[in-house]
Design a protein around this ligand. Structure first.
Ligand code: BDR
Ligand code: CA
Length: 308
């Protein structure tokens, strides 16, 4: 069965791999890509999304620019991880496919409101676009079939000791989304740190030996080895987990719990506080993923990338 999805993202190396995985999967119909400021500023994320579409021969997938900054805080970017361009490791040409003239938030609202309630949102960056769409047209909450997000953590953070990057960049947006009543699946660092880009896994991708797989391998040659200095076997491949979850949910386990986003304290700003032991009386608002079959994930990623 084909699932219709909209991907909201901030490419970003791992966003790029996630887009390639989606494009390689005929069981997903990508209705559009909305971009947001995050890993790099919006001017780069929207252009990078179009670069990846062109790389994968997906030039009919419409790409929209959304919000250029978080709701209340100033933008924090992650060039240290993704490089100055956001896609460090490769030099892809200037995209020639057009950026859509419509604002990403309006595309989200229009597409969801005209849908039968069967569209899945896959979010790979800060949640600014989704929150603004919810504020502008609250009725979209009932139209989103489910929202699968990369963000948060049940354990430690990566941008601060407390917080994961996507939620930290726009915690107020995350608060709007987590209190919206949408059916959320949260894939946080506690999961993505289980899918490391080991040398063997990177080699398997390079061995596909297609132009697209070479770009993927080149992207992972810097990004994928960054954490090795810190004693890890490779880097976490965060965003592709969202797409893998949609393709093969049985690779993952999780359970419904209540999640609240910290927006008050600077020390813990953007932390996803997960009530794993049901200490509060609030009902679950998210399916929080706990485990992933890492080898199964890389088998899926590698076999799908080989199709492009
Ligand atoms: C998230 O932050 C970004 O740097 C990655 O693209 C991913 O979405 C991981 O914390
Ligand atoms: Ca991202």
């Amino acid at each position: 069965m084909t699932q219709s999805i909209i991907i909201d993202c901030d490419p970003g190396v791992d966003d790029a791999i996630a887009l390639l995985l989606a494009f390689a999967s005929p069981d997903l119909k990508v209705l559009g890509i909305t971009t947001v400021a995050g890993n790099v500023p919006l001017t780069l994320t929207q252009a990078n999304a179009r670069r990846i579409c062109e790389l994968a021969g997906q030039t009919t997938v419409p790409v929209y620019a959304g919000c250029p900054r978080p709701i209340m805080r100033s933008l924090t970017t992650a060039e240290d991880i993704h490089g100055k361009t956001g896609l460090e490791g490769v030099e892809l040409p200037e995209p020639t496919m057009p950026l859509q003239p419509q604002h990403g938030v309006d595309f989200l609202i229009e597409t969801l409101m005209n849908s039968a309630g069967d569209i899945i949102l896959a979010t790979l960056g800060p949640l600014t676009n989704i929150a603004i769409a919810l504020i502008k047209e609250p009725r979209i909450a009932a139209k989103i079939s489910k929202l699968v997000l990369m963000g948060g953590s049940t354990t430690e953070g990566n941008v601060t000791p407390s917080a994961e990057f996507n939620i930290y960049v726009d915690p107020h947006a995350a608060h709007v989304v987590f209190t919206s009543g949408i059916q959320i699946t949260m894939i946080g660092l506690n999961v993505t740190h289980q899918v490391l880009t080991t040398a063997a896994r990177r080699e398997r991708i390079r061995a596909i030996a297609t132009p697209v797989s070479q770009v993927a391998a080149d992207l992972l040659s810097r990004y994928g080895t960054q954490e090795v200095e810190r004693g890890m076997a490779g880097s976490p491949l965060h965003d592709p987990c969202v797409i893998a979850y949609l393709l093969q949910p049985d690779l993952f386990t999780g359970h419904p719990v209540f999640v609240e986003v910290e927006t008050g304290s600077e020390l813990t700003m953007g932390r996803t506080v997960v009530d794993a032991w049901r200490r509060g009386d609030r009902p679950p608002n998210a399916n929080v993923i706990q485990t992933v079959d890492a080898n199964g994930f890389y088998d899926l990623l590698t076999t799908r990338l080989a199709r492009l």
